[in-house]
Write a protein that binds this ligand. Sequence first.
Ligand code: URA
Length: 438
Amino acid sequence: METLVELIALKRDGGHLTESQIARLIRAHGAGELADYQMSALCMAIFFRGMDDAETVALTRAMLGSGDVIDLSDVPGLKVDKHSTGGVGDKVSLCLAPLVAACGVPVPMVSGRGLGHTGGTLDKLEAIPGFKVTLDVPTFRRIVREVGTCMIGQTDRIAPADKRIYALRDVTATVEAIPLIVASILSKKLAEGIDALVLDVKVGRGAFMKSIEDARALATALVRVGTAAGKDVVALLTDMSAPLGRAVGNANETREALEVLKGGGPADLLECTLALGAEMLVIGGVAADLAAARAELRRAIADGRGAATAEKMIAAQGGDPRVVEDTSRLPRAPHTVEVLAESDGFVAGIDALEVGLASVAMGAGRTRADQAVDHAVGIDLEVARGDEVRRGQPLARLAVRDVAAAAETAARVRAAFRIAPERPAEASLVLERITSRS
Ligand code: URA
């Protein structure tokens, strides 16, 4: 049998690793027989040489097998989750999961925290007083069965190999390798015990993938590898050049997501929720086609089923369910700073990356994984792309704790707005749809 060093050399030289060789490498790393510097070298070899689908499936399975797969066989129906590659203002999971569950598709969701300029679902949920994102697996299973959805953080037993390898990739410039990203995302999602997955691959300034070509390559690989791993997978490429919705932060994003469940909320957030939700209802087998699925999602908003499911989920997870009815129960920092337009014109663009970084600088996000976030601060955009504005009109309002300290952030948010003399052309939110047949 080859040594572990010979296997690293095989990939370095552009060779193909077999399923059992990949499993050996991952097992050896978990057991401490393959050192972190050797795993880092392997990641760099994969970065330059790539992996084919069979290798990526084997890597996904090996990372999945480093932990447990949650058994949801006692929950009736096809279990479907959604994963977003992350963006600014992306609070879709908070309204999507209860809405889809209310339509009869169980949604077991293991989510992440914000890192860098992108926010995380867990931080937004924790803005709800009392809400617990750390639950044991039997409780998670019971809530999915009784309520239809439960949203928790990654446990130590969910793909621990991914946690170890991601920490190395983060500091060895090997995050941006498609096979590594695919195995990282899918190993965690497959551990949830799902039957199918809908992916929201974000594209643009505020996203991980800045170009449509890169996003398409990632989405295609995720769909192919997820399908080869035996799951039904669909991906939508959606625009992340501007923040999604109007709120960027934590409590304010939760507020906005709850507004969608009550029939309000901004048009782009509703559209993203309906587009992904429709895929989930079809793939989950409760709607015949996307049009019927959209109609059912709209009914579940109009008749209050989505909001009622959110209340039940919040109560089951220890949170105050009254926030759904009365979002003023969510925390909000005491002071407001207005960001005013400096000229007349049309909003031609709002740079999602700059708004995300401004939000982090205010304390709503983190630059290191061990930092705490301030749930009460955030940015509320007062205008959207395409709106006409007049000089002196508020473009955004910042919820802050210290007005003097917010001056720099306010300047940064102002600079994120591109005001032009002409109204920009309409742009669609959903850019492409990728299935195993596309
Ligand atoms: N998100 C993940 O979970 N893993 C990656 O490798 C990149 C993004």
